[in-house]
Design a protein around this ligand. Structure first.
Ligand SMILES: O=C[C@H](O)[C@@H](O)CC(=O)C(=O)O
Ligand SMILES: [Zn+2]
Length: 279
């Protein structure tokens, strides 16, 4: 089996208050990404968002999984892809999109045949995948890291100097629900998304990468006055419910990919939690 999936139901913040470490990780952590020769997917019932990966040692086709009850994966969905490995390509209904390290691809609803390939199977492409429901079909488009809309946030003094690369975002690609990008922390900065925020109208998934060997990222989640943490390793992802903050602090600098979907497409529509009010 090249494709496997795992289902995560939505949980109530009142129930999550009582979770121990193992329960919290089982519910929110995605720790089976980037397996060579496989497509691994997590289907979250928050906005029916799917996060996963495809690492082709030989060409791998995207197949519909049972919970979609669809004849092909993108029958009612759109997809965003960011390559965090070596150069590869994605064939979408016969058109080849070459993706270098950190390039993104948006695929609109209705694409029937999606095939993942690596240029060199010894050094495979590592495609991180996010997918949301789509009400209509918008054109497929590649977005390189150079084409991203860049926001410089934070400062070295507060250990959160970082560049937010907005890649799959309104001004660059038209999507139904999906927004994706990659935030790179500068050397000496370890905090992401601080001050933290929630957006109850959108769920979000964070995928951590560029975490050096022997280092980790401590990811903070929960309602702003009821936070919990999940220690995360390189190439792991975490589901952020709409009611949760999503912020992290690393033992070094690192990068992460954020992806979200829900009620609106307004990136700046966040409810920021004051740092001194966090509990
Ligand atoms: O809703 C937006 C997302 O949480 C991220 O884009 C935030 C982020 O990359 C950062 O502050 O570093
Ligand atoms: Zn957010």
């Amino acid at each position: 089996m090249t494709t496997s999936y795992d289902t995560r139901y939505a949980s109530n913040p009142e129930a999550v208050k009582k979770y121990n470490t193992a329960e919290l990780r089982k519910e929110f952590l995605i720790d089976n990404l980037m397996e060579v020769g496989k497509i691994t997917l997590t289907y979250s019932h928050y906005d029916r968002y799917i996060a996963g990966s495809a690492v082709p040692d030989k060409p791998i086709a995207l197949e519909a999984i049972d919970p979609l009850k669809a004849t092909y994966f993108l029958e009612r969905r759109e997809m965003g892809i960011i390559n965090v490995g070596d150069t590869g390509s994605v064939d979408v209904d016969g058109t080849t999109y070459k993706l270098d390290h950190k390039d993104a691809l948006y695929i609109g609803r209705g694409a029937k045949e999606v095939i993942f390939k690596s240029d060199n199977p010894q050094r495979p492409a590592k495609f991180y995948l996010n997918s949301a429901l789509a009400h209509t079909s918008y054109p497929t488009k590649k977005v390189s890291l150079a084409e991203a809309n860049k926001l410089e946030l934070g400062s070295l003094e507060t250990a959160n100097h970082r560049i937010v690369n907005q890649m799959i975002i309104g001004s660059i690609v038209t999507t139904c629900q999906l927004q994706m990008g990659m935030t790179e922390l500068k050397k000496g900065s370890v905090w992401n998304t601080m001050p933290a925020h929630v957006h109850d109208r959108r769920m979000e998934v964070y995928f951590y990468l560029d975490v050096p060997e022997g280092q980790s990222v401590c990811h903070f989640m929960g309602q702003p006055q009821e936070t919990r943490h999940i220690w995360m390793q390189n190439h792991q992802a975490v589901i952020s419910p709409p009611w949760s903050i999503h912020s992290g602090s690393g033992t070094s600098n690192y990068t992460f990919i954020w992806g979200m979907a829900g009620e609106n497409l307004d990136y700046g529509d966040m409810d920021v939690a004051n740092i001194t009010d966090l509990r």
